[in-house]
Design a binder for this molecule. Structure first.
Ligand SMILES: [Zn+2]
Length: 419
């Protein structure tokens, strides 16, 4: 099959039958590998043929994870490739057509590397490659940390998880207007969406763009020791540089979890960075009582015991629609106490628009440990471009230009050993 001209340097697309076979029989952890190719098919008839075959298989498929992969594939096939003005070059990222002409064959992506890196520390890779890298290039972002999320709807069938959720929910005002059963349905749907990203997916992206992307895997710590060990091995095998935790939707309390010691030892030995969600979660987890596992204070004993393991609290403890900035000050105070605590600004970049917050950051954690992040592609859903978020920091009148450079990339580059 023919590939869209915008993609350069990629191996030829597989035959239709091979593609369908892979979507049906690949291990469930491989979710985006083939789907990313589907976005790139040029011919509309080719797309239509695969759509029809997949529809037949979707009806008979029993494994819900494979069903979700087929749905993801069908969505990709229905999406007409958008002209973004950029070409996507394997190993390089997005280039303008002129740049491609002047520099083809491309040797080293490092020669044009800007002096100041701009690093987005919080990305969910859920877009076609071309769109993703075009947006990244337009934003002037040079490097991105892409994240897996290891959540499992089957966790909700475990009595201990269910009873803890029930207890927390019963104590919340939301319980007056919503039944526990409907809450569970909402949560189940949120734990493994068709566009879910696995450790294998992150490894696949890194292989194609090793100079642009840094991969973080994810480990669900509510599972047993064998599972956790297997996932940690996976992180090493895939050369992932950090671990993303979602305590609210992985149903574990960092202060009490039995695997936490193993995880911290792993990080100490491998140099892996922890990135943990903090603040409320999205959707059903906006209910504050259900997001208590994501309170920053639950990390304090680990920060104290492992001063050489960096822990990044995503969203700066501030994510919440009902109470924006919910645990901001708890987070900053924790950071004042522990030098290995970092924060990212994903989905809470509004914090830097408040002079009072800037002053508080300077007084507590300082700007050496604040990392730019966007939660991309989340902002796109509300019409906010990646570029506009970078721009908002660049024109910020409260921050000094040194502080801006640190936040936008220098801190992350130091933490990840880039350049
Ligand atoms: Zn996120």
């Amino acid at each position: 099959m023919e590939r869209e001209e915008a993609y350069i340097g990629f191996p030829p697309l597989a035959e239709k039958s091979t593609i369908v076979e892979a979507l049906l029989t690949d291990p469930p952890g491989i979710r985006w590998r083939i789907v990313r190719d589907l976005f790139q098919i040029k011919d509309q008839n080719d797309r239509q043929e695969i759509i029809e075959t997949l529809r037949l298989h979707l009806e008979q498929m029993e494994d819900w994870r494979i069903r979700n992969r087929i749905i993801l594939g069908l969505r990709a096939l229905h999406q007409i490739p958008q002209e973004t003005g950029y070409r996507l070059v394997r190993l390089q990222g997005a280039l303008t057509p002129t740049e491609v002409e002047q520099r083809w064959p491309l040797h080293s992506s490092w020669s044009d590397r800007p002096l100041l890196p701009v690093v987005d520390f919080h990305i969910h890779p859920k877009m076609p490659d071309l769109k993703f890298f075009s947006d990244m290039r337009a934003a002037g972002v040079t490097h991105g940390v892409i994240l897996a999320t290891d959540t499992d709807p089957n966790d909700l069938d475990r009595p201990e998880v269910r009873s803890r959720l029930h207890q927390a929910f019963s104590s919340s005002p939301a319980a007056r207007g919503l039944s526990f059963q409907s809450l569970l349905r909402h949560i189940r749907a949120s734990l493994y969406s068709p566009s879910h990203v696995t450790n294998e997916d992150v490894a696949d992206w890194i292989r194609d763009y090793p100079d642009r992307l840094i991969g973080f895997g994810s480990v669900n710590l509510s599972k047993d020791g064998a599972y956790v060990r297997k996932k940690l091995d996976e992180l090493q095998r895939f050369q992932l540089r950090g671990i993303k935790f979602l305590p609210y939707s992985q149903f574990f309390n960092p202060a009490e979890n039995e695997h936490m010691g193993t995880v911290m030892e792993f990080c100490r030995q491998t140099g892996a960075v922890i990135l943990s969600h903090s603040g409320c979660g999205p959707g059903p987890f906006e209910i504050i009582e259900l997001s208590q596992n994501s309170h920053p204070a639950l990390w304090s004993q680990w920060l104290a015991k492992y001063p050489d393991v960096p822990v990044v609290l995503a969203h700066c403890g501030s994510y919440s629609t009902a109470v924006p900035g919910i645990w901001l000050f708890d987070t900053l105070q924790l950071g004042q106490k522990y030098q290995n605590l970092y924060v990212d600004l994903a989905a809470v970049d509004w914090l830097l628009d408040r002079e009072v917050v800037i002053r508080e950051i300077r007084k507590t954690i300082g700007f050496n440990r604040v990392l730019f992040g966007t939660d991309y592609p989340l902002p796109l859903a509300s019409g906010v471009s990646w570029a506009s978020i970078v721009q908002r920091i660049r024109v910020n009148t409260y921050l000094t230009s040194k502080e801006k450079q640190k936040v936008l990339g220098q801190n992350a580059a130091r933490l990840l050993g880039l350049g």
